[in-house]
Design a protein around this ligand. Structure first.
Ligand code: AMP
Ligand code: GLY
Length: 421
């Protein structure tokens, strides 16, 4: 089989790495990829949002299957374009991808499907939002409806903070049209977990629960990032919790989407909060998480090609999805200054040494080769050093042993990945 993977981060390197282990795969392309994907795939210089160029490439190369990493092309409708041409592609089509693309769509669907989620109101008029906020209890959560690069959620401690969020989102439009509407919702409390599932529109095959670390600083402090590390298994989310999330959150959502006439196919990612009243859904993503994918794919024992094909062909009921009982930890090495502005082109050394460690993979995120072939940084998140072990402690030790062998100037690493374990 010839496969195209769309994207260029740590998630996509992990997807390419896993695909490369399949005896069914003859050739992998990655668009645009990074220096890591270049070792297992052929990188193609096409932007993830250039859907037309991607389609032409797939048709010319007779690619058998395309796997979409990031949400943006999914929300923009890449799957609809490919399917209209009879091309096999893994990911949800435009309408169901709005589960991630629009908080209003996602919250209304959850309410209608009876999925436990924070109580909420939708506003398109800032004055009405202010009136509501004046009478509200605090803390309260304000969310921009659309895509906001992970910055569209404000947990406001008082009216002043909430009002600032309303002004910035709805009037100053700091997220553009994404702030035309906002969701204001009840603030929930509890540890969070990412519960991802493969979905073919009917059958749901949950993965293991994973915990991400969104804040830049140790002890979960500082600015929000794309994710500074992740691990599994999560002690607070054993199989019984995964089963409950599948039954109460994922399956009813998949059924409600199916009832709209366009089934959900791909990975459905539920961000859940484990509250005193049970698991509540905080958000949906329409794709693998990053860095959750690095952990999930290190532990996945089933051939990823079999799963993706079964999803596309609506035969997931015939494919068991099996995960190892081992633990896995991924530690992100980020550029100095991330998630703010950061330098690029910084030389990276020590990778070969780290790679000699057993049960460890260094997934590349923001890397490239300069003219001389030297590996350099090219993004905010640079590497995701991922290890497995019999126990969490073993996996964590191994991952940090790998991190300690790798150097680039100003690298930012959280030393407490998995502290809740
Ligand atoms: P999101 O972009 O929807 O994942 O939200 C980012 C983060 O905001 C989540 O990971 C939570 O930590 C927090 N958050 C979102 N919604 C709520 C809520 N209703 N109550 C408390 N925290 C929330
Ligand atoms: N790690 C969070 C995300 O992928 O959205």
């Amino acid at each position: 089989m010839k496969i195209l993977v769309i994207g260029g981060g740590g998630r996509e390197h992990a997807i390419c790495w896993k695909l490369a282990q399949s005896p069914q795969v003859r050739k992998i392309f990655c668009a645009p990829g990074n220096a890591g994907t270049a070792e297992v795939a052929e990188n193609i210089a096409i932007d993830v949002m250039d859907i037309e160029a991607l389609r032409v490439f797939v048709e010319h190369q007779s690619i058998d299957l395309t796997i979409v990493g990031p949400e943006k092309p999914l929300i923009a409708g890449i799957v609809d374009v490919f399917e209209a041409r009879g091309l096999r592609i893994f990911g949800p089509s435009r309408e169901p991808a709005q589960l991630e693309g629009s908080k209003v769509f996602s919250k209304r669907l959850m309410r209608q499907a009876g999925v436990p989620t924070a109580d909420f109101e939708v506003f398109d008029d800032p004055e009405e939002a202010r009136a509501y906020l004046r009478a509200a209890d605090y803390p309260i959560v304000v969310k921009a409806d659309g895509e906001a690069a992970g910055k569209g959620v404000v947990v406001a401690q008082d009216y002043a903070e909430a009002e600032t969020a309303i002004r910035q989102m709805m009037e100053e439009r700091i997220f553009g049209a994404s702030g035309e509407r906002v969701v204001i919702e009840e603030c929930l409390r509890g540890p969070e977990a990412s519960i991802l599932a493969f979905v073919d529109g009917e059958t749901v095959r949950p993965m293991i629960a994973i915990q991400d670390h969104k804040r830049i600083g140790e002890g979960d402090t500082g600015a929000n990032t794309g994710g500074m590390g992740a691990y599994a298994p999560v002690r607070l989310a054993p199989q019984s919790v995964v089963d409950e999330v599948t039954r109460r959150i994922i399956e009813p959502t998949v059924a409600a989407i199916r009832a709209t006439g366009i089934p959900y196919r791909g990975v459905l990612y539920a961000g859940v909060m484990l509250t005193e009243k049970g698991p509540y859904c905080i958000e949906f993503n329409c794709r693998f998480g990053d860095p959750e994918a690095q952990v999930a794919l290190m532990l996945l024992e089933t051939d990823l090609v079999d799963i993706c094909r079964a999803v596309v062909e609506v035969e997931l009921d015939k494919v068991p999805v099996i995960f190892s009982q081992r633990a896995a930890v991924t530690v992100v090495m980020a550029s100095e200054g991330y998630p703010g502005s950061y330098p690029t082109g910084v030389p990276i050394t020590g990778l070969d040494g780290a790679r000699k460690l057993d049960a460890l993979e260094v997934f590349h995120a923001g890397t490239q080769r300069d003219e001389s072939g030297q590996l350099v940084t090219s993004g905010g998140r640079v590497l995701a050093v991922t290890a497995t072990g019999e126990t969490f402690i073993e996996a964590q030790k191994r991952a940090y042993a790998g991190v300690d062998l790798i150097h680039f100037k100003g690298s930012a690493v959280r030393r407490d990945i998995g502290w809740q374990a």
